[in-house]
Design a protein around this ligand. Structure first.
Ligand code: URA
Length: 304
């Protein structure tokens, strides 16, 4: 277990640029000069991928033993040992890489973190099961054995880019409006959308009495019957695009999410998926934490 060898301090060199609230851990701590192997443990209070310690209940949940709440009960019941000692405090911090955790005598194994980019077709529900027996997005990922859940939702009839993961912290970073990750949609809607409606969509539409955040809206194609719009949102309220367009009198006919932060659907045909690379995961986290500009595109220039 760690704890005593955690410290806060100024970091020199490249890390200095982002060092204000960095917590580092080193197996070879040398406070003068920090020349050991530095691992970033947290940034602005958020754990980074390299952080090893985790709360016991979370470690059980990540190992697929149970939900976090159920894990807390198992711990309180005295069924969980860490390095042979019974632990009854769910918040106890452990290192899953070095501490041996057993439940009723059986060792647990940590699930590897998996990050999936799926090109969702219409006709699938973005959840892990459906009471009405409809197909779920997990039906499109039969080879992935980890317990994935979708990062936010796309409606049953919405197509496009959906992320799935078993990393709850990542999911929270990606979907919390505080982090403002841009999501871009192509919406085909009924009628010819006039400039004043575009302005309203850009400035904010009252939904349930709360205005939507400013959005980027661009007309891609316009005819008498319908209009194809590109809309960039920085939040994810329920059925947001459909409700916004309905409010300005243009019901959605077809909706597709084409981009999530710097990620797009290139090379992923409808109904198929790919795993995110380690770099992409890092970039997405850094983007959410404000460590790279919000218009960052891999291989391109960051414009903010
Ligand atoms: N907005 C909607 O209305 N539906 C979606 O699925 C996503 C965004």
């Amino acid at each position: 277990m760690y704890g005593n060898d955690r410290f806060r301090g100024e970091v020199t060199g490249k890390l200095c640029e982002i060092a204000n609230s960095i917590t580092v851990r080193s197996s070879n701590v040398k406070p003068q000069g920090f020349s050991g192997n530095l691992h970033i443990v947290s940034y602005k209070g958020f754990e980074t991928e390299r952080k090893m310690e985790t709360r016991l209940a979370k470690a059980l949940a990540r190992a697929g033993i149970s939900s976090r709440r159920k894990a807390e009960e198992l711990i309180k019941q005295g069924l969980v040992t860490v390095n042979g000692r019974v632990i009854t405090e769910p918040g106890t911090v452990i290192d899953p890489d070095s501490d041996v955790v057993r439940v009723s005598g059986n060792p647990i194994y940590r699930e590897r973190s998996v990050y999936v980019l799926l090109n969702k077709p219409a006709g699938y529900i973005s959840s892990v099961k459906d009471e009405r027996g409809r197909k779920t997005v997990l039906d499109l990922l039969p080879e992935v054995k980890e317990r994935l859940f979708p990062v936010g939702r796309l409606d049953y009839d919405t197509r496009g880019l959906l992320l799935l993961t078993n990393d709850g912290e990542f999911a929270n970073l990606m979907s919390h409006p505080r982090y403002h990750i841009a999501k871009v949609y192509h919406a085909r809607c009924r009628g010819k959308v006039a400039q004043d409606a575009i302005k309203k969509l850009q400035q904010g539409i009252l939904l349930d009495g709360v205005p939507t955040l400013p959005a980027r809206v661009k007309v891609l194609k316009r005819s008498k019957q319908d209009t194809l719009l590109e809309i960039e949102l920085h939040e994810g309220r329920k059925r947001q695009i459909k409700r916004m367009l309905l409010e300005v009198g243009h019901p959605v006919i077809e909706l597709m999410r084409v981009r999530f932060g710097p990620l797009d659907l290139k090379g992923v045909p409808e109904g198929e998926y790919r795993l995110l690379t380690r770099d992409e995961v890092e970039t997405m986290k850094n983007l959410a934490l404000g460590m790279v500009g919000s218009r960052y595109r891999p291989g391109g220039k960051s414009s903010t």
